[in-house]
Design a protein. Structure first.
Length: 218
């Protein structure tokens, strides 16, 4: 696929078909993501992919915790809305409004969003990006870039994705199920799969005008 098409093929998809991704494809996606640049080539990432019964266990525990009302507590601290600067806050509000309007007009309502989260998007493969602690800020930069390369590689192979807090919000449970010791920080998760026809998958986000975020000084 040419680059522009790959780039535009990636969106966040929130409902996947019951279809496994071949192991060789998962390996190739991670192998391509390893081409990501990092601080002094530190390559701080480790990748753990949950599929099959491991993923079933994660889904069950996450659903139980959510039903019990246990608040999420990811390894990377979540900043409250009011601690974001005004421009990103405005963008988040726009996203929220756009999503609510889209779901209302499609007559499925906002609960379609909650259902997608609770099912962990029905993904057949949850990719966890793990860094041995202590984690420094540049490693967060590096793993973010790694995640994007991984999602673009997936898109290039006809596989859809979503990076999601929702799949990393109970990291202690994940460490237990994935057999990771406490020194391993789960920085982020990306759900992969083949998108189904669910209404929520038709939602598209917008971006601010480039002129609003770009300054070229000569
Ligand atoms: C760090 C991060 C966490 C996210 N967490 C969630 C999540 O928990 N649930 C969800 O539905 N989407 C989540 N998203 C997806 C964003 O909402 C999405 O990337 C954004 O709205 C832009 O839309 P796009 O990915 O379709 O371009 C997350 C994205 C990022 C980068």
């Amino acid at each position: 696929m040419d680059f522009e098409r790959v780039l535009r093929a990636r969106h966040s998809y929130r409902a996947f078909r019951d279809q496994a991704i071949p192991t060789e494809t998962l390996k190739m996606i991670v192998n391509q993501a390893q081409l990501t640049p990092s601080w002094a080539n530190a390559q701080p990432w480790e990748v753990v992919i949950a599929t099959g019964t491991t993923l079933t266990k994660i889904r069950a525990v996450f659903q139980r915790r959510t039903a019990q009302g246990v608040a999420g507590s990811s390894d990377l601290e979540v900043a409250h809305r009011t601690n974001w600067a005004s421009a990103p806050r405005r963008n988040m509000a726009t996203w929220n409004n756009d999503l609510s309007r889209y779901l209302a007009e499609a007559t499925v309502g906002v609960q379609a969003y909650g259902t997608s989260q609770l099912s962990l998007f029905n993904s057949p493969a949850l990719v966890y990006i793990v860094v041995p602690g202590p984690v420094n800020a540049w490693e967060i930069f590096d793993t973010g870039a790694f995640a994007q390369t991984l999602m673009l590689s997936a898109a290039n192979q006809g596989i859809q994705s979503i990076p999601a807090y929702e799949i990393v919000k109970y990291p202690d449970e994940l460490r237990r199920i994935l057999n990771l010791d406490g020194s391993k920080k789960i920085l982020m998760g990306v759900a992969l799969g083949y998108a189904n026809e669910a209404v929520i998958n038709g939602f598209r986000t917008r971006r601010v005008a480039t002129a609003d975020i770009l300054t070229i000084r000569d």
